[in-house]
Design a protein around this ligand. Structure first.
Ligand code: ARG
Length: 587
């Protein structure tokens, strides 16, 4: 099915074509002005310019062309040549019923599906997750859901940070704590013990200790660097240890991400592509794209016209180590060989913009991957109320589990304040609070243009009023309870007859879903979908205030409104699901 604005575009386009002008001038869009006709076409200005005629006269001729058009109720010429268009009642009605009959409530699928890898989450093994990782997870998950829904073939990959200095730091810390482990015996060559010598609590304790020690003691840092280099050079005992660290971390991360409702198809990391690095570097060398500079092997990526100087990408450091960019290039190689994507999206904070620019240019220059298929999906920081980067109340790094706990608590008190979920069993109430807490955090993040920073304020995020996740959940729950009540009195869905102004506005809003989805998916901007869902909930609320279902004047109108509620609910729930937000049955 195509949306009303698309059907109108075709009609108006044909009118332009009938006057020997390009049909593209006929593009019709939603009108931005309140109280005006719901649609507008601004093509007369540009068309008149190209035909060297008068835009108002042209608009009048288009209006004459479309006088008796069955899809158009009225068409007015305004200002310098705007066309204000009101769709015919028949079009409104047929569209409403088509939307209600469609499980996807009007959401279309792309004509040219692409294979897209989304690299997001990106937590580091043993290091606690920070808010940047949370944002990446929430935005990345919304994008994977959205892009899949519109028809792309999506593979998500968590891309663990498991190959850097923190690994050497952990290894040396463990050696101090348990020097007798076989992993530290350079002569031992396996088989290695199957059980891990550490658990997740050990890792969470050891990493901060090691990191602190290395910061204050240059000798400790040296040992950690050496261990990192040995690990990367293939020392078997260290590699065996690393595999334990990774397995233990992944098990813990799966619990965290499970609680967040975020899924990854692949749990690969930087370490996984280590075997590809050497041959890849050799090939780059042979192809002549690398250079030696101050002892390091580099790829120059600066281009003429760069506004800011972009330093060369360091492939192999002076100390012989593969760096962050090296593993990112090798990961592209791995993805090409195993998945063969058309596009790779990297959902990573703005602060890494230069890194990705270097990697993308190097990938293009070496022929690894077409540069325009690599996209850095940037996002801003989360700040505390003091305007500085968000930390926990105690000032330390945020732990995902703490954050979710905090959201849960806030949701619980909001429920009590609002007198909701009052008579429910503790278990159900807790489950509702969990959904509200998650919805609060996710929606508060996704509703912003992702490149902007925002202030973390759990009190505001959990409010039931305003542009919040809980507001949308409440709207959905109200629809559900309304439908239950109507069903209990024997009302069911019937043909939609949009008559009242509020009904027509709701139909137009429902019809806008596809446009919002396309915008969100193509621009990789989930806030566009958030905006639509918020507008839908508000429009619905106005509809419901003036168009009651139970006390409607006839059976036909009851059935029509019931159907409108049902269709609105389906679209709202579909949209929320695409944002990674679950809806309770009641609250
Ligand atoms: N682990 C990295 C960090 O914590 C993020 C990884 C982003 N993805 C990538 N392919 N570089 O900063």
């Amino acid at each position: 099915m195509s949306a009303i604005h698309q059907q109108l575009s075709e009609a108006v386009g044909n009118a332009f074509a009938a006057l020997s002008l390009s049909a593209e001038f006929g593009l019709v869009s939603r009108s931005s002005r309140d109280g005006a006709a719901p649609f507008q076409c601004n093509g007369c200005m540009a068309a008149a310019k190209s035909a060297k005629s008068n835009p108002r006269e042209l608009a009048a001729r288009i209006a004459t062309e479309l006088k008796e058009h069955p899809l158009i109720a009225s068409l007015e010429v305004a200002g310098p040549g705007f066309l204000n268009i009101t769709p015919a009642p028949g079009l409104m009605a047929s569209q409403a019923n088509a939307l209600s009959a469609d499980v996807r409530t009007g959401a279309s699928r792309v004509g040219d599906p692409k294979k897209i890898i989304i690299d997001f989450g990106g937590p580091n093994v043993a290091k606690p997750m920070h808010v940047g990782h949370l944002r990446s997870s929430v935005i990345g998950d919304a994008l994977q859901r959205l892009l899949r829904f519109v028809g792309h073939d999506v593979v998500s990959d968590i891309h663990l940070g498991d190959w850097g200095l923190q690994m050497g730091q952990l290894i040396t810390e463990l050696q101090i704590e348990q020097p007798d482990l076989v992993y530290f015996d350079a002569d031992f060559d396996g088989p290695w013990p199957i059980g891990s010598p550490v658990d997740i609590d050990d890792l969470s304790r050891m990493y901060p200790a090691a990191s602190l020690a290395c910061k204050s003691d240059p000798d400790r840092m040296d040992i950690a660097r050496k261990a990192t280099a040995e690990l990367q050079a293939g020392r078997a005992g260290y590699r065996a240890l690393l595999d334990h660290f990774i397995a233990v971390s992944i098990a813990a991360l799966k619990v965290d991400f499970g609680n967040l409702g975020v899924h990854f198809d692949l749990w690969k990391g930087e370490a996984a592509v280590d075997p590809l690095i050497k041959p890849m570097v050799e090939k780059f060398k042979a192809d002549g794209v690398t250079e030696m500079s101050q002892g390091a092997l580099i790829i120059r990526v600066a281009e003429e016209g760069d506004k800011k100087e972009l330093p060369p990408l360091i492939l192999i450091s002076g100390a012989g180590a593969a760096l962050y960019a090296t593993t990112d290039l090798a990961t592209i190689l791995d993805r090409v060989e195993n998945i063969d994507p058309d596009i790779i999206l990297y959902v990573v904070d703005l602060g890494q913009a230069s890194h990705f620019e270097q990697v993308f240019r190097a990938a293009g220059k070496t022929g690894l991957f077409a540069q325009d298929g690599l996209e850095h999906i940037k996002f801003g920081t989360v700040n505390g109320k003091d305007g500085k980067r968000f930390r926990t109340r105690s000032g330390g790094v945020m732990r995902l589990s703490d954050l979710l706990g905090q959201a849960n608590e806030a949701a619980m008190s909001r429920l009590s304040e609002a007198g909701l979920a009052a008579g429910m069993e503790a278990e159900e109430k807790a489950e509702i609070a969990r959904m509200i807490g998650l919805a609060a955090i996710k929606f508060a993040d996704l509703r912003n243009v992702r490149t902007t920073n925002y202030v973390f304020d759990i009190e505001r995020f959990t409010e039931f009023e305003g542009k919040t996740g809980p507001y949308l959940l409440y709207a959905a729950v109200r629809m559900k309870s309304m439908l239950r009540k109507a069903k209990a009195t024997g009302i069911g869905a019937g043909k939609i007859i949009p008559k009242a102004e509020a009904e027509k506005t709701l139909v137009l809003m429902l019809d806008h879903f596809d446009h919002a989805l396309k915008g969100a998916a193509n621009k990789r901007h989930p806030h566009i979908l958030c905006e639509h869902l918020y507008e839908l909930a508000q429009t619905f609320s106005k509809f419901y205030a003036s168009c009651p279902v139970l006390s409607a004047e006839s059976n036909e109108i009851q059935a029509s409104r019931f159907n409108l509620v049902q269709t609105s609910l389906r679209q709202l729930e579909t949209g929320l699901e695409l944002l990674g937000i679950e809806t309770p049955e009641r609250m």
